[in-house]
Design a protein around this ligand. Structure first.
Ligand code: EPU
Length: 419
């Protein structure tokens, strides 16, 4: 439902057990890479989120056969024929950019429009475009779109200006079937990049060095059909852990990907949360008051993830002491500050990349607007501590990445309803 709202009433502890959904940011590029298969792909247990539904629409628009059975997707790209990604669909989702590498590899030419997404920053695509140019891809502007021609592309060594996730994933997808050896230096090391490489390697790709800042790809002719389960979502796991830190109680997170969330676990532990890890199971509890993390600075993996910054900002309102938060990845990721102020929060904006939060604040409830995915989820977390009801509107942007956030939280004891 487009205009749905969450009504959240604070004060309840969170207790119980939850299984964390598969990662949005792993599932989307993996769905895109499925286009490269010379067979049928089965993706198991995918998250039920609107970004995945939009990716399916885009794949279908390319004449890829996609069938959903429960939460599994069977993707058969063998008769895919259309190399032009629909402009309206592309604008509805930032992740359409992740199809650049795979469509270009599959069709040799592709046309994409500038992708849409959250309002968290300008999000240029120059790194993907310039790296492809370095591999010999011809790029021609066509109105709002860019036309790419890879008929003369050649594998070689390239170095990225920044370790961009989208650029790294595009190049990996493009180079998998490109003859010769492509080397990507200063590439992204995010766990979702590693998962994409694991998926492609299972299909028969030859990708080495995933998870380090240098990835080497030896082109192969064929990629076979496989079954794959994308990794757990470290940002959803992190959001739930932070919710427990706010509300108190004890929660067991299965499929919690603890080794991909080491920075968060270290910070929450230092603040006073008790965290136990056993394989992929995280048990987190919070009994007493927490102390401030003092300084949280986001950065590329393995630094603290920008996708958990807003959630930590909300937690910082309730702990003892001041917290300074520095956002280094996106230039506009403090959109929630204005909304939190409507609930009575006092937050000092030092500049567009830095805020300071005085702890021990109590929010009075009220109506707020979700403007981006992670900020929207963080407003829900703020509602969990509100004295009166907090109404979060525009929750369609939360549904882009959280598979029914209200069900996850209410199962653990929170008072939250979708209206
Ligand atoms: N950048 C450029 N030029 C480029 C590409 C990126 O200047 O060509 C800049 C961006 O503007 C940004 C920074 O580099 O300031 C990082 O961008 P990156 O390409 O690494 O991010 P992304 O691929 O667009 C993915 C996730 C984001 C996550 C970032 C960082 C997906 C679908 N999205 O975005 O996830 O924040 O990596 O880890 O994988 C989210 O899930 O809420 C989300 C925004």
């Amino acid at each position: 439902m487009k205009n749905s709202k969450f009504v959240v009433r604070g004060g309840n502890e969170l207790n119980g057990e939850i299984t964390i959904q598969a990662s949005k940011n792993a599932t989307l590029p993996i769905m895109s890479a499925a286009l490269l298969a010379d067979g049928s792909i089965k993706l198991k247990n995918c998250p039920n989120i609107s970004d995945v539904a939009n990716m399916v629409k885009i794949l279908k628009s390319l004449n890829v056969k996609v069938k959903k059975i429960k939460n599994n997707y069977i993707i058969n790209p063998q008769n895919a024929s259309n190399s032009q990604i629909d402009c309206e669909l592309a604008k509805s989702m930032r992740s359409s950019i992740f199809l650049l590498g795979s469509t270009l590899s599959k069709f040799k030419t592709t046309t994409i429009s500038m992708p849409g997404g959250c309002k968290i920053g300008a999000r240029p695509i120059d790194i993907s475009v310039n790296s492809l140019k370095k591999l010999g891809v011809k790029v021609v502007p066509q109105g709002d779109c860019l036309f790419f021609d890879a008929t003369k592309a050649k594998a070689k060594k390239i170095k990225l200006r920044l370790p961009s996730v989208s650029a790294t994933e595009n190049l990996i997808q493009f180079a998998c079937k490109l003859k010769g050896k492509t080397v990507i230096k200063n590439c992204a090391r995010e766990p979702e990049v590693v998962d994409l490489c694991n998926f492609l390697n299972l299909m028969g790709a030859k990708i080495f060095g995933a998870g380090t800042s240098k990835i080497t790809i030896i082109g192969v002719d064929k990629l076979v059909g496989v079954e794959y389960q994308p990794i757990g979502d470290r940002i959803v796991a992190g959001t739930i852990m932070i919710a427990v830190a706010i509300c108190g109680g004890e929660v067991v997170l299965k499929n919690g990907v603890p080794y991909q969330n080491k920075k968060l676990i270290k910070i929450l532990s230092s603040m006073g949360c008790k965290i136990n890890i056993k394989n992929d199971i995280i048990t987190i509890s919070r009994q007493n008051k927490l102390s401030s993390a003092k300084l949280i600075s986001t950065g590329c993996y393995p630094s603290f993830p920008t996708d958990l910054q807003s959630q930590m900002l909300v937690l910082s309102l309730f702990v003892e002491g001041k917290t300074r938060i520095v956002e280094t990845v996106f230039e506009n990721r403090f959109l929630i500050v204005g909304e939190l102020k409507k609930l009575g929060a006092r937050i000092k904006t030092l500049n567009n990349r830095e805020v300071e939060i005085e702890g021990m604040q109590f929010l009075k409830g009220g109506e707020v607007l979700a403007q981006d995915l992670r900020g929207g989820a963080s407003l829900v977390l703020a509602g969990l501590m509100g004295k009166a009801a907090t109404i979060v509107s525009n929750i369609a942007c939360i549904d882009r990445g959280y598979d029914s956030l209200e069900k996850m939280l209410s199962r653990l004891g929170a008072d939250i309803k979708r209206q």
